[in-house]
Design a binder for this molecule. Structure first.
Ligand code: SIN
Length: 275
């Protein structure tokens, strides 16, 4: 389980690791890419410090793992495409922001038929006195800690996921898709809970009240501190997370300060697999 080309320092027993001995402003060696991939599969989310990347380096890093995925849905004030790099979005929040991206728990674009596998977020500027942390949770560990009775109840169930507020400008345009409630990660083989409070509207084929109560229970269970962590950004930090087995939430506690960065997604290759 060792690493030869990078250093990997776990943040918590169940989620997160900080990666060292790598310079993402320069092309990487194949062995480094393999070990970074191994680390993100093992820990769900990995972090890099002091990486002053430009758009080309960001794009190059993503392409080591597959193809960029273009965001489903339009621009909004705080999250916009940039010229020449269709996979990069600028996430800029300041005193004039009405909202910030990702303020409730979610996995990115779970309302897509094939959601993005990884997200790679680079922060260029973070608030001067702290704030703007991102929370992450392990949906695999959360699943593993459910009771046998709850696991049996969830087996074979599906849920509907619906696109978020960024679709409101175009009435009727919110995408909706059905995914299994429990999926299996195609690379780690671990089962996980694939429902989130931002985009999952209901569990299918059960009464509405039952769906609501079960989802509430699962959301509370998912966000237990035992399998979550909080990442404190610095200028030029990067986080790379696996949307197939983690959820995250951005904390907007820094108004009126500026938090500004760039995010890319990695295109998924298959629908979430039923467990
Ligand atoms: C997101 O949910 O896409 C943004 C996360 C963050 O800004 O910390």
């Amino acid at each position: 389980m060792g690493y030869e080309t990078i250093t990997v320092t776990q943040c918590t027993p169940n989620i997160g690791a900080e990666i060292g001995n790598v310079d993402l402003t320069k092309p990487l060696k194949e062995a480094q890419v393999k070990e970074i991939h191994k680390a993100v599969i093992a820990h769900g989310v990995i972090f890099f410090r002091d990486q002053k990347i430009d758009f080309a380096s960001h794009d190059r890093f993503v392409r080591y793992f597959g193809q960029p995925h273009e965001h489903i849905g339009g621009d909004y004030t705080a999250s916009k495409r940039i010229p020449n790099f269709p996979g990069i979005r600028k996430q800029y929040f300041d005193a004039n922001s009405a909202r910030v991206a990702g303020e409730d728990w979610h996995s990115d674009q779970s309302y897509g038929e094939i959601p993005p596998t990884f997200s790679i977020l680079y922060q260029e500027q973070v608030p001067p006195n702290g704030g703007g942390d991102t929370m992450f949770l392990s949906a695999s560990k959360a699943y593993e800690e459910l009771s046998p009775g709850m696991k049996a109840y969830l087996e074979g169930k599906t849920a509907t996921h619906v696109g978020g507020k960024s679709f409101d400008k175009i009435p009727g345009s919110r995408p909706a898709v059905v995914h299994p409630v429990v999926t299996v990660h195609p690379e780690s083989g671990r089962k996980l809970l694939f429902v989130n409070s931002s985009f999952t509207s209901h569990i299918n084929d059960v009464p509405a009240a039952e769906s609501e109560h079960v989802l509430q229970y699962l959301y509370e269970h998912l966000k237990r501190p035992h399998w979550q962590m909080r990442f404190r950004w610095h200028d030029h930090s990067i986080a790379m997370w696996d949307n197939r087995c983690t959820q995250h939430m951005a904390i907007w506690d820094y108004w009126p300060n500026v938090r500004s960065g760039y995010r890319m997604f990695l295109k998924g290759v298959e629908r979430p697999l039923p467990a």
